[in-house]
Design a protein around this ligand. Structure first.
Ligand code: PRP
Ligand code: ZN
Ligand code: MG
Length: 225
């Protein structure tokens, strides 16, 4: 395949980060139009291609050097990093900076009728999650044994469906927990969106473009503060 001359940036196709990721790049002067059917959007005024993919795929694409930059939640980045370290796959990339959107927390939550005292109340429970590695790290630190139930989506319905006793999922406003009769008991990770770069050595012009984009991002965020 070879290295592309154009700078490749992976962003979330649809979800919590997609609008703001696109908006940030537009504010940096990158002109592009997104066609919902298309994976790639070419910028008109700079040698930049945007790859619109599932958020969970972004860290791996950057760590494998398939794309040069990625905009992703720190939670997804960290989860993938642990996963890859365990699998002996490349797990390195550089976090260029934290961004000013995508704030959320990864939390444990249990059904409203559950009597929770402290983390020890989780002993022996089955927890549904899309973040098994971050959950394991927290539970190991607390010395709690548990079992997990891996779900990529609809985690919040697992207890009611009889699949698990509790969940470990992202919370932003808390509306999802409330709508599903759950309450938050422990915050295990706080996250923002961030921009990451692959650790591959870049040709000079491409690195110069990365530096330019980054300095514009700094300017845009400073102006919004
Ligand atoms: C997260 C999480 C909940 C929702 C919580 O999903 O899985 O569904 O956000 O937000 P709330 O507290 O404001 O209700 P996300 O948007 O990250 O989508 P994904 O799980 O499909 O990646
Ligand atoms: Zn996701
Ligand atoms: Mg969700």
């Amino acid at each position: 395949m070879g290295q592309s001359k154009r700078l490749r940036i992976a962003i979330q196709k649809s979800g919590r980060l997609s609008k703001e990721s696109q908006q940030l790049l537009k504010s940096c002067g990158v002109k592009f139009n997104v066609n919902e059917q298309r994976l790639i959007a070419h910028a008109d005024n700079m040698p930049i291609d945007l790859l619109r993919v599932r958020d969970d795929d972004i860290p791996g694409l950057v760590m494998d050097g398939v794309v040069d930059l990625g905009i992703i939640g720190e939670n997804v980045l960290e989860e993938e990093q642990i996963e890859r370290q365990l699998a002996g796959k490349p797990a390195e990339c550089t976090k260029l900076r934290e961004l000013d959107f995508g704030s959320c927390r990864l939390s444990l939550a249990v059904p409203n009728e559950f009597k929770y005292k402290d983390a020890n109340s989780l002993e022996g429970l089955r927890i549904a999650t899309s973040y098994p590695n971050l959950l394991r790290r927290f539970m190991q630190e607390k010395g709690i044994t548990y079992s997990d139930c891996m779900l990529k989506g609809s985690v919040e319905v697992a207890p009611r469906a009889g699949l698990s006793d509790g969940i470990c999922d992202l919370v932003s406003t808390g509306a999802t927990l409330e709508a599903n009769g759950l309450y938050e008991t422990e915050v295990i990770y706080r996250s923002m969106a961030c921009i990451i770069q692959s650790n591959e050595t870049q040709p000079t012009e491409k690195q110069a473009l990365i530096n330019k984009i980054l300095s514009r991002i700094n300017g845009v965020i400073r102006a919004r503060e």
